[in-house]
Design a protein around this ligand. Structure first.
Ligand code: PLP
Length: 363
């Protein structure tokens, strides 16, 4: 039976990207060697790294003055690498979920790190707006999409942030919504994320960094944690994650062929609308995030109180219908469907049909 992959991460990749990756594992672009066994210094690989940066710049419309680097360590290492490189006196964080909170915790080791607002008391079901950004902060950190709670900074909320930034540098964890919609990169100093949600298999982290921000802190930065090392080394100071970078290039080519970020945004809106409409019309299911802050990438929902005892049954029913990875995160419960770029409308329709069928049987 066809399997529909709603995993939160690592997660769905386009079928053609998976096939092309498999081909390269056997014979990398006709060179007669597997991509697993070539040197990253070989002449074959340099063009891959160059294309990865070039396609990120092209698709995200990244202005001059920025570099895109590919590192190991995941978004979680960026929680510490970022303040290492940027925090001199003070940093400000918007606490919209567990990942945001973890980022804030790391910053505290490097200086004053303030939480400007938090929705923790409401189990992160919304994005707070009632706060000021301290103008003496070295940067202000946001998580644009909260993978676990299914909230996302809408274009309106992003604009509100841009409007109150003043001269403070904006930094964003975009692990789970990078490349899902156009974004004005010029508003940001640094954008980072683990690539395993929307771009590549696990093992590579992207960092988009405005070069003029670097070299300003007075502390010594260990070589491997200094962004400048990886900029100067062209993401090859040490051995890069060769295979995930190659798959990222394939995904970026796929996105470009599809029409880029405007096209994928339209598709993502259509998918999210289809699923949220089904949830809102359901007698049985209910969404957990505040409507205006709903994520287009991660859709958490639960059973209404009177149907709560059917949770395990729905999970089994969904699995029997080929729905993979719809169990909710333990901190929200219920269900979560991650509908990243590579999920198509047909897959979301299959989930909606499955939910309706289950409801017809039990409600
Ligand atoms: C998954 C995720 C992370 C953690 O990424 P790792 O690469 O596993 O460290 C951080 N932030 C967000 C928003 C995420 O979705």
């Amino acid at each position: 039976m066809k399997q529909y992959n709603f995993n939160a991460g690592p997660s769905i990749l386009p079928q053609e990207v998976i096939k092309q990756t498999a081909d390269a594992v056997i014979d990398f672009e006709g060179h007669g060697l597997s991509i697993l066994e070539i040197s990253h210094r070989a002449k074959y690989f340099q063009p891959v790294m160059d294309e990865a940066e070039a396609l990120m710049k092209e698709l995200l419309n990244i202005p001059d003055g920025y570099r895109v680097i590919f590192l190991g360590g995941g978004a979680s290492l960026q929680f510490c690498m970022l303040p290492y490189n940027l925090l001199e006196h003070k940093a400000a964080y918007l606490n919209t979920g567990v990942w945001a909170k973890k980022a804030l915790k790391e910053a505290k080791a490097f200086g004053e790190a303030v939480e400007v607002a938090s929705s923790a008391d409401a189990n992160y079901t919304f994005i707070p707006t009632d706060y000021e950004i301290p103008q003496d902060a070295d940067y202000f950190h946001v998580t644009t999409n909260n993978t676990i709670y299914g909230t996302e900074l809408s274009d309106e909320k992003l604009q509100q942030i841009y409007d109150k930034l003043g001269k403070v540098t904006l930094v964003a964890d975009m692990s789970s919504d990078i490349l899902s919609r156009p974004i004005d990169v010029s508003k940001y100093g640094i954008i980072y994320g683990g690539a395993q949600k929307n771009l590549a298999p696990a093992g590579v982290t992207f960092v988009i960094v405005r070069e003029d921000l670097l070299g300003k802190v007075s502390r010594h930065i260990p070589t491997m944690l200094d962004y400048r090392t990886h900029i100067e080394g062209g993401s090859m100071f040490n051995t890069p994650p060769v295979l995930p970078v190659y798959t990222a290039v394939l995904t970026l080519r796929w996105l470009k062929n599809l029409g880029g970020l405007e096209a994928i945004e339209k598709r993502n809106i259509a998918k999210a609308e289809l699923l949220y409409k089904a949830i809102d019309e359901s007698k049985m299911f209910v969404g957990t995030a505040k409507k205006e802050d709903r994520s287009r990438m991660n859709v958490p929902f639960v059973l209404k109180e009177e149907y709560k005892e059917l949770e395990a049954e729905f999970l089994k029913f969904a699995a029997d219908h080929g729905m993979v990875g719809v169990k909710g995160h333990r901190s929200v419960g219920g269900f979560r469907a991650s509908i990243y770029n590579a999920m198509d409308l047909e897959g979301v329709q299959a989930l909606v049909d499955c939910m309706k069928e289950f409801e017809a049987l039990h409600a």
